[in-house]
Design a binder for this molecule. Structure first.
Ligand code: SF4
Length: 375
């Protein structure tokens, strides 16, 4: 097996078996894990405490216990997290961090304490008004509160020096991921839509120091190869997550390649370049204050549409695929705005309503197939 195949297979397996991957990562590093709910959590603070930050992006589970705490119209990601929490799947976590970025998450901040009392939680509230003078000061106070609550729960002192070191590591990881998405777009046969997603997702279940080296290796191996031609349609993906995985299987079957993305679980985590100046707290706050085009962080003038249009132009993509998570209100509110902008530019849109618990994919298969043929 070639080096690149080995690395890709390793990361694919990790993304497909998160619980096993986290257990192995904890064993290898001697660290304990802290869960990080979507969309943004200050992972650097967790890492600086000597813990492994682990992404909690739902999964495929039948809902039973969670129905007592969440209405039927809550998104499947959070329902799965609560369901797994109640069933004890997260009992090994030292704590979970929950950002109150949408109505569902706001409710979970309180519900988690009752539904999953055995796993302590720390909430973080981001500023709604990011352009106000006090927003940076407020956000820094929130980060410091998260640090102090995590210290109380774990009994570990988290120093600023350790946070600085963690931030440097995370900045390196984010730069590697930006490069990966650029390079991967030139190798649509080796890095198809499914592989691209799984490689990025694996980072949520590994120590970033190890993960970034694996991704670096994939980049280096790709660069040694001649660039590849896309067999079918090149698209930009937008939305929350590129799942269920079966949808990506259908993309691959129909030759649809993701050449860039604006997914919350993928590029939104690393696309914004960090501030070079300032204290460690200002730099961390800058990551939220400088983020553009994300529905979870309010903007005076929504920039997502223009950003998607530029992504299409810069990558030579032929369409935008919207992976709309069912019942995700913030994402649904953004859609009419950028849809109108994309239509004005003549950019075709494929709107797919997805849900992690989906069982039948035949309707989606037909729509994806027709869209690819039409283009
Ligand atoms: S509603 Fe959307 S943003 Fe809120 S938790 Fe669900 S998927 Fe995430």
């Amino acid at each position: 097996m070639s080096i690149i195949t080995k690395k890709i297979t390793k990361l694919e397996n990790i993304a497909l078996n998160p619980a096993k991957a986290v257990a192995e990562s904890c064993k290898e590093t001697g660290k304990e894990a802290v869960g990080c709910f979507p969309i943004y959590t200050p992972e650097e603070i967790v890492y600086a405490g000597g813990f492994l930050p682990v992404g909690m992006w739902g999964g495929k589970k039948e809902f039973k216990e969670s129905e007592a705490y969440l209405q039927g119209f809550c998104c499947s990601i959070i329902k799965t997290n609560v369901e797994l929490g109640i069933r004890g799947a997260y009992n090994h976590l030292k704590a979970v961090i929950i950002p109150a970025l949408c109505d569902t998450l706001k409710c979970i901040v309180e519900n988690w304490k009752i539904a999953v009392p055995q796993v302590p939680s720390v909430a973080i509230v981001y500023p709604q008004n990011r352009w106000a003078a006090g927003s940076q000061e407020y956000l820094i106070a929130e980060y410091k509160r998260v640090r102090s609550e995590l210290e109380k729960i774990t009994g570990v002192l988290i120093t600023e020096t350790a946070i600085e070191q963690a931030y440097e590591l995370y900045e390196e990881y984010r730069a590697v991921m930006r490069e990966f998405t650029e390079v991967a777009a030139k190798y649509p046969q080796t890095i198809d839509a499914k592989k691209r997603h799984l490689i990025i997702k694996a980072g949520y279940y590994m120590d970033k120091a190890v993960y970034k080296e694996d991704v670096k290796c994939i980049i280096e191996e790709l660069k040694k190869m001649p660039e590849e031609k896309a067999k079918g349609v090149k698209v930009v993906a937008t939305g929350l997550i590129g799942e269920p995985i079966e949808v990506l299987d259908i993309f691959v079957e129909n030759g649809i390649t993701v050449v860039a993305d604006d997914l919350a679980q993928e590029s939104r985590q690393f696309r914004t370049v960090g501030r070079p100046e300032g204290t460690i707290w200002e730099k961390m706050a800058g990551r939220i204050l400088d983020q553009r085009g994300c529905t979870f962080l309010a903007e005076q003038k929504k920039s997502r549409g223009d950003m998607l249009i530029n992504m299409v132009k810069n990558t030579g993509a032929e369409a935008v695929v919207v992976m709309m998570m069912k019942f995700c209100d913030p994402e649904e509110f953004d859609y009419p705005v950028y849809k109108a902008q994309l239509e004005k530019e003549g950019i075709p849109i494929l709107y797919l309503e997805v849900d992690q618990q989906m069982e039948s994919f035949e309707q989606l298969r037909t729509r994806i197939q027709s869209f690819a043929e039409m283009l």
